[in-house]
Design a protein around this ligand. Structure first.
Ligand code: MN3
Length: 223
């Protein structure tokens, strides 16, 4: 993963039409090739104009934004967040009905939320509750699973949270196929969730210090 300036738009980990019929090919082209590309271009331009930022990885930009001059706080969080969140969201999906090999994750989900169905209902409720543009997340917070939401391009690493799964609920993520029906989009998204990837992340976080220490004190918390 290309993680330092100059950032490039790495290919999707699957074909543009791989998520059909749940997420359509045209949406994936627009979302990856135009929306994400714009965040990458804007982030590169920001770093070009502020070369001291070149030493930081994408995650470091998002964790340490408050150590930079105040004028950079919003542009760093918006643009680095836009790159991180989109990559993470695309990486949270896979071909429909891929066998879900995630025994550790499912065990923790059942212990935390009662059952997988109950988790899905709560996650969907959170994703529906995002007012305007943003994301719903499954994160690890001080070692416990938690459902969180974020507005715009705010992102868990800026709040010392370790993300496992993300759904983008900006309208551009679903408007072409699902029109204004976010609920139907979320139902379709569950068919393409990459549970195995989420479990891999969970195990990585549990066995390392990735993303755990040193983040800025949040000015607003994810809910
Ligand atoms: Mn998006």
């Amino acid at each position: 993963m290309n993680n330092y300036y100059p950032f490039v738009n790495t290919p999707l980990p699957y074909a543009y039409n791989a998520l059909e019929p749940f997420i359509d090919e045209k949406t994936m082209h627009l979302h990856h090739d135009r929306h994400l590309q714009t965040y990458i271009d804007n982030l590169n331009k920001l770093i070009e104009e502020n070369p001291f930022l070149q030493q930081f990885s994408l995650e470091e930009l998002l964790s340490f934004w408050c150590r930079f001059p105040r004028r950079l706080w919003a542009p760093v969080r918006n643009n680095a967040g836009g790159v991180f969140n989109h990559r993470f969201f695309f990486d949270s999906m896979t071909e429909p009905e891929t066998p879900s090999c995630a025994p550790h994750l499912f065990r923790e989900i059942c212990s935390q939320f009662g059952s997988l169905e109950s988790f899905k209902a709560q996650f969907k409720g959170a994703a529906l509750s995002v007012f305007g543009s943003g994301y719903a997340w499954l994160v690890l917070s001080r070692g416990r699973l938690l459902i969180a939401t974020s507005a715009n391009q705010n992102t868990p690493p800026s709040h010392a949270l370790q993300p496992l799964l993300a759904i983008d609920v900006w309208e551009h993520a679903y408007y072409l196929k699902h029109y204004n029906m976010r609920s139907a989009y979320i139902d379709d998204w569950f068919h393409v969730v990459n549970w195995h990837k989420a479990e891999t992340r969970l195990i990585q976080y549990r066995t390392s210090q990735i993303g755990r220490a040193g983040a800025c004190v949040p000015e607003t918390r994810t809910s």
